[in-house]
Design a protein around this ligand. Structure first.
Ligand SMILES: [Zn+2]
Length: 197
């Protein structure tokens, strides 16, 4: 039996979510059909509102304004410590730990010559310019441990002014692990036990 096109369209959209296959998507859509019109409108509206989200012009975090709330917080900017992360999910994991009070920089990946990702693709120059402009004293590399992550950290360390303290988190973060899957306590420890590069 064929379901109406409207349901099919919705299932197709939901199937694009990570970890959601067509079966789960169908279950979810059928469950939404039981919602009130008002609830469905709220869901549609909140998804529509996502089109107002952009990347912070300073750090690359997601934001509804040109500057994210961390970059707008002068107290955090004035700490002169920047934490470099691979992606927004890792940033959120560190922010959830409540351990870090400085500002962030989202690289959007790590150096990977085999995939053609070089310093230009990651806009690392923008990061160096930011470090200079904000007179940053300390850089914490919260880059996940992998061959590419290690190479990225070495590249940043070797390209940055010697007067800037560059440290990398390590303790408790497994090789090949990803910050987004670690609990807050492990991340707190990883920040506490960071080591100089
Ligand atoms: Zn920002």
């Amino acid at each position: 039996m064929k379901l109406p096109d409207q349901i099919h369209d919705c299932v197709r959209s939901f199937s694009q979510l990570p970890g959601v296959g067509p079966r789960t998507a169908t279950r979810q859509v059928l469950s939404i059909l039981n919602w009130s019109v008002k609830e469905r409108e709220l869901l549609a509206h909140s998804i529509q509102n996502l089109s107002h989200i952009k990347h912070c012009s300073e750090c690359g975090m997601l934001s509804s304004e040109s500057l994210c709330n961390v970059c707008q917080d002068s107290e955090r900017v004035n700490k002169k410590i920047v934490c470099v992360v691979e992606n927004v999910k890792d940033l959120l994991a560190i922010e959830d730990s409540g351990e870090f009070q400085g500002i962030y920089h989202v690289l959007g990946g790590v150096l990977n010559p085999l995939l053609g990702i070089g310093p230009d693709e990651l806009k690392i120059d923008k990061f160096f310019a930011r470090v200079k402009r904000l007179d940053i004293a300390e850089v914490i590399l919260a880059v996940n441990p992998s061959l590419e992550g290690d190479a990225t950290c070495s590249y940043i360390k070797s390209s940055i002014d010697n007067s800037i303290n560059v440290e990398r988190i390590g303790f408790g973060v497994p090789i090949g692990g990803s910050l987004e899957y670690l609990d807050s306590q492990t991340i707190s420890k990883a920040l506490e036990y960071r080591r100089p590069m």
